[in-house]
Design a protein around this ligand. Sequence first.
Ligand SMILES: Nc1nc2c(ncn2[C@@H]2O[C@H](COP(=O)(O)OP(=O)(O)OP(=O)(O)O)[C@@H](O)[C@H]2O)c(=O)[nH]1
Length: 291
Amino acid sequence: MAERASWSLGAALRGVFGAKRIDEDTWDDLESALIRADFGPAITEELVDRLRDDVARFRTTDPKDLQRMLRERVEDRLAKYDPTLKLTERPAVVLVVGVNGVGKTTTIGKFAYYLRNLGRSVVVGAADTFRAAAVEQLATWATRAGSVVVRPEREGQDPASVAFQTVELAKRDGVEVAIIDTAGRLQTKGGLMDELGKIRRVVEKQAPVSEVLLVLDATTGQNGLAQAEAFIEHAGVTGLVITKLDGSAKGGFVLAVQEKTGLPIKLIGQGEGIGDLTGFTPHVFAQKLVG
Ligand SMILES: Nc1nc2c(ncn2[C@@H]2O[C@H](COP(=O)(O)OP(=O)(O)OP(=O)(O)O)[C@@H](O)[C@H]2O)c(=O)[nH]1
């Protein structure tokens, strides 16, 4: 499973932390490793400055101390956001939003499976009604996850009516969590946001929306953020899901994305299997990222 750990800085920083002592090369090497890992220039500079201060203050020349300090600094910054999913309402309604191709469909399947493993009953609503193939793909995943699926009755049915029927079913049958897939086409941004707004209004006639999760692809990193801007501005996003971390060398994106958006990461996807979605734990993540 070497590929799974590729976002870790372990390989990039082996030379830095394995050296005999901290010297000027240490700082150059650290800086370029952080930039390559998509921490972004501002966070990289801040981290390096803080670490220089730490090293001076503790009068250490041991790279192992530097590694520990980096791990702690990263963990502290990651932990400023609350990764807890708020799913106490019954039903808890979760809207899943994001640009096409980021792994939204797969994520919903994995999320349903994750919740089923926690003993929750789940209904998935296929409110991305534009493509029949997308509905089928979602239904396959949701069924594998052991959840009920609400599909559109015909191609192109009003997404809001599918969302309505999903929440209606959850209320009627006492299903604990309703996850609603939404469209991700960006050609008509205004239209898309209107559609999301309508879904929300229609859902809220029956139950409050507990979470709006924005799915982001770690392989595009901070470059992909611009595409998701409209969702962040208009969709009332409450949390982020980072997908494809397993195939990404951009571990620093995880820190950068929280600080840039001000939104907590709540789930991370690290593989194509149905079990490859986990909650986000800053301590564990910092440990794996820095070593
Ligand atoms: N390696 C890896 N692949 C992933 C992960 N999540 C999703 N994928 C893959 O990414 C591709 C796109 O996933 P989809 O779920 O179809 O993406 P989508 O955003 O729903 O795209 P549309 O269905 O076109 O809207 C698929 O090949 C998935 O297997 C992940 O965490 N790791």
